[in-house]
Design a protein around this ligand. Structure first.
Ligand code: GDP
Ligand code: ZN
Length: 372
């Protein structure tokens, strides 16, 4: 018995030690600050006896939804309702848990993925005891300081929208609805900041195909492009092939055919009936839940709230956060409120001219600024 305990302790430690620096460890979140950061732990949970966690079987899973006090975790295709263990210590600086996070769960009960019992609301299937380090994360900045200089520094708290994805699949159409070019640029910087490979899927090519000008524009941005029609099926197989084995986040304006494309690529997905839920099967309100679609050839498409707004509600003062390579220079501009366009003694422009900032990145900054 004692042997087993030691083993699981080591395992938990090895999951955390990559991400918790000594500085972070000082700031390791107490349950109090956890709730400040968006995951609320009900009072009765804080005092619940969890002393024998180490004796429980452990499994690894992926977070697919969040609710106050815990998360829905997908384990081998079924979903378990999990609370946060009292000992759970996420690294500081970003949302403690997000959709896509890999977590270690101690199974507290037999698995009731369907959770059919009505008086079951306070029972969980497991306790989340650790979170794996994130490979990638798509986040929006949450400035905690009013001082512009400090706003988007690395230590800014990040609201993580989704973690551990590979690709950002941006679906657009040329007609019905009409193409919004600005939106593509926005999603491209979102992808870059999130270290996700972007892919543009031009859907509805039965209605209109890209002209030379638009094709050239995309080529200039050296972004992968797929053309398809969810209606006729043209190009859908090729798109599915290119997504196979990857974890892709679905993005794009309403009406471009995202649901139709998922239905065409994932047999039985039935997207309309699998709308993103705001309540789980036990009636708890989820604050954020993703729909996960498994691709037949492996990999998944993740449809999660918060992605769309990321493209739409970008404001000029948030823009620098998406260009971390500007950060060493912005403090050296002559003017505090320098927009790095026409101002004299702009350190960013100087850095571009000296080759310290890639011209391509500066171009996309200027292009985006224009649209905001
Ligand atoms: P979403 O809001 O991005 O999920 O878009 P939907 O998948 O709900 O599609 C919006 C509308 O476009 C629906 O009426 C679909 O039938 C239609 N649609 C989707 N894909 C295509 C396509 O490739 N060609 C045409 N002509 N219509 C499509
Ligand atoms: Zn400047």
């Amino acid at each position: 018995m004692a042997k087993q305990k030691g083993k699981s302790k080591r395992r938990i430690k090895s999951l955390d030690e990559h991400t918790i620096s000594e500085h972070d460890a000082d700031a390791a979140m107490s349950p109090q600050s956890l709730s400040e950061r968006g995951v609320k732990i009900p009072a009765h949970r804080l005092s619940a006896p969890q002393d024998n966690l180490e004796d429980l079987p452990k499994v690894e899973g992926m977070v697919v939804g969040l609710y106050p006090g815990g998360a829905m975790v997908r384990i081998d295709g079924s979903q378990l309702l999990c609370n946060l263990a009292k000992t759970f210590r996420p690294p500081a600086g970003a949302s403690p848990l997000a959709v896509g996070d890999g977590v270690t769960v101690a199974l507290t009960q037999s698995q009731h993925a369907d959770g059919s019992l009505a008086d079951d609301r306070d029972r969980s299937d497991g306790m989340i005891i650790a979170r794996s380090p994130r490979e990638t994360l798509l986040a929006r900045p949450q400035p905690t300081s009013a001082k512009r200089r400090d706003e988007y520094k690395a230590e800014t708290f990040q609201k993580v929208i989704v973690a551990n994805m590979d690709m950002l699949l941006v679906v657009v159409s040329l007609k019905k609805p009409k193409l919004r070019r600005g939106l593509i640029d926005r999603f491209l910087i979102v992808a870059e900041r999130g270290e996700l490979q972007p892919m543009i899927a031009i859907n509805k090519i039965d209605l209109a195909r890209p002209d030379e000008e638009f094709s050239a524009e995309l080529a200039e941005r050296s972004v992968d492009v797929a053309q398809c029609s969810a209606l006729t099926g043209e190009g859908v197989g090729e798109l599915a092939e290119r997504l196979a084995g990857r974890r892709s986040i679905l993005a794009g304006a309403s009406g471009v055919g995202k649901s139709a494309l998922v239905n065409a690529m994932v047999p039985g997905a039935n997207v309309l009936t699998r709308k993103i839920r705001s309540k789980d099967s036990r009636g708890r309100h989820t604050t954020s839940a993703a729909a996960i679609y498994d691709l037949p050839a492996g990999g998944m498409i993740v449809d999660t709230p918060g992605i769309r707004e990321l493209g739409m509600d970008l404001t000029a003062d948030q823009l620098p956060w998406y260009f971390p390579e500007f950060e060493p220079y912005v403090g050296q501009c002559r003017f505090n409120n320098c927009t790095h366009t026409h101002e004299p003694d702009c350190a960013v422009v100087v850095a571009v001219e000296a080759g310290h900032i890639p011209p391509r990145r500066f171009q996309s900054y200027l292009r985006l600024l224009e649209t905001l």
